[in-house]
Design a protein around this ligand. Structure first.
Ligand code: ADP
Ligand code: ASP
Ligand code: MG
Length: 416
């Protein structure tokens, strides 16, 4: 008998039929004699809808009230999943993150887990019940309700798996595993049977949302193997583990596309020491995750500074940027929400010169304009227009020999 954590993402619990299908799978696992802890996300686009609802009430929201609001999404799916289990005759009980003792710091909307107590989950399991936990949430050291960042039900699952000493942590989603690219964008993407934590970390860091970055960080730091698989086909998926690759690392392990960021340009900033610090210090203080930064050399004593950051942080960042731009005498602030960050990720890049040049040649031949470039030893990212994303990602996937013989065949559920 094993202890298995099963996490179901938003599409997997998007409607009553899906919730019943999930309950059946949990009942099946339980029926085989295993202890099961279920972690659920909010139904479908419930979290996006709650954010839109808040925006329609007011454009200025406190983190505390947003977390009170957003955590309801996961409560709904936890309660409904538990009811569906009851209907199948399975003894089950739902819990909020707070009830299971997921203790976080006080940073609303991006709280970090400090401790997972898990007592009530252990008690429920000892009583023969399935524990259904609302993902994405915890309670702070100030006793306030917190959320752990977008996509963080993955983190709830890996943190609970570690705290409970689970034998497996299964992340059920709407694709059949981790692929060499998002199969919704690159149909020829290849499913990986296994991927190491480091490569997965790079892909998640570059913006692949199949696993939330912090869940991969947590899983790697605490050595929690993750099994990413489909709740639509239930087939074996991708194991994310610390296993050393026995073969030479492929030069490129994946192409990652990310449309969650926006680009901001501050026009004609005086080119003198201290300007970057003046701009980025208040953004850091406001917890804005600035990603790529480009500053050109000046010609006439002024320069443009461009940077990218999550679109979700835009409202928060814009007023700060406009204020600083005014203070330092810049002539304007431009924002562009229609960009794609396109990355090539691969550990083999370290020892293979010329990857960037090959990437740029592919984009040049497609007539795709590169707006920004950043590199690390095992990643090259460019910012391009979002409208160029599909053809650029597909061409790079082909160029670097990643295409599979057949296109993705499993259902790709629409996200409602
Ligand atoms: P969930 O709601 O289950 O957490 P997410 O939307 O967070 O689902 O993540 C699953 C989605 O991630 C897939 O539908 C797919 O479009 C996308 N995705 C992006 N990159 C990849 C990749 N390399 N492999 C598989 N899926 C990917
Ligand atoms: N519902 C949350 C979100 O949409 C958390 C999650 O799905 O993992 O970000
Ligand atoms: Mg997710």
């Amino acid at each position: 008998m094993a202890l298995i954590v099963q996490k179901f993402g938003g599409t997997s619990v998007a409607d009553p039929d899906r919730i019943r299908a999930v309950a059946e799978h949990v009942a099946f696992t339980k029926g085989h004699g295993h202890d099961v802890v279920v972690v659920v996300s909010a139904m479908g686009k419930a979290t996006d809808n709650l954010i839109a609802l808040a925006d329609s009430v007011t454009s200025t929201q406190t983190g505390r009230e947003m977390d009170m609001l957003l955590t309801t999404g996961e409560r709904v799916s936890a309660a409904l999943t538990t009811m569906a289990l009851h209907a199948l005759g399975v003894d089950a009980v739902s819990f909020t993150g707070s009830q299971v003792g997921i203790i976080t710091d006080t940073a609303h909307r991006k709280a970090k887990i400090l401790e997972v107590r898990g007592d009530r989950v252990r008690q429920a399991l000892a009583a023969g019940k399935v524990a259904v936990v609302a993902g994405f949430q915890g309670v702070s050291t100030d006793k306030e309700i917190t959320t752990l960042g977008r996509g963080a039900s993955d983190l709830t699952a890996s943190a609970l798996a570690k705290a409970l000493g689970a034998d497996a942590c299964e992340i059920y989603t709407d694709v059949t595993g981790v692929f060499t690219a998002d199969p919704r964008i690159v149909p020829q993407a290849r499913k990986l049977a296994r991927i190491g934590f480091d490569a997965m970390l790079e892909m998640a860091g570059a913006g692949s949302k199949v696993l939330a970055l912090r869940s991969v960080e947590f899983a790697r730091n605490h050595n929690v193997p993750l099994h990413v698989r489909s709740s639509f086909t239930w087939e074996t998926g991708t194991w994310v583990t610390d296993e050393e690759s026995t073969m030479e690392e492929p030069i490129i392990s994946g192409v990652v596309t990310d449309v969650s960021e926006a680009k901001v340009t501050i026009v004609a900033v005086p080119d003198r020491p201290g300007i970057s610090a003046t701009l980025f210090e208040p953004l850091a203080a406001a917890n804005v995750n600035v990603d790529m930064i480009v500053q050109n050399t000046s010609h006439d004593g002024t320069t443009d500074i461009s940077f990218t950051m999550p679109k979700a942080d835009m409202a928060n960042a814009e007023s700060i940027v406009r204020q600083v731009a005014g203070e330092v005498g810049a002539t304007g602030v431009e924002k562009d929400g229609s960009i794609c960050k396109l990355s090539l990720v691969g550990a083999g890049m370290k020892s293979s010169p010329g990857i960037a040049a090959r990437m740029f040649r592919v984009l040049a031949d497609l007539g795709v304009n590169i707006e920004m470039i950043s590199t690390s030893t095992i990643r090259i990212s460019v910012v391009i227009a979002a409208t160029d994303m599909e053809r650029a990602a597909r061409a790079l996937h082909t160029e670097f020999g990643l295409d599979s013989g057949a296109a993705y065949t499993a259902p790709l559920p629409e996200r409602k």
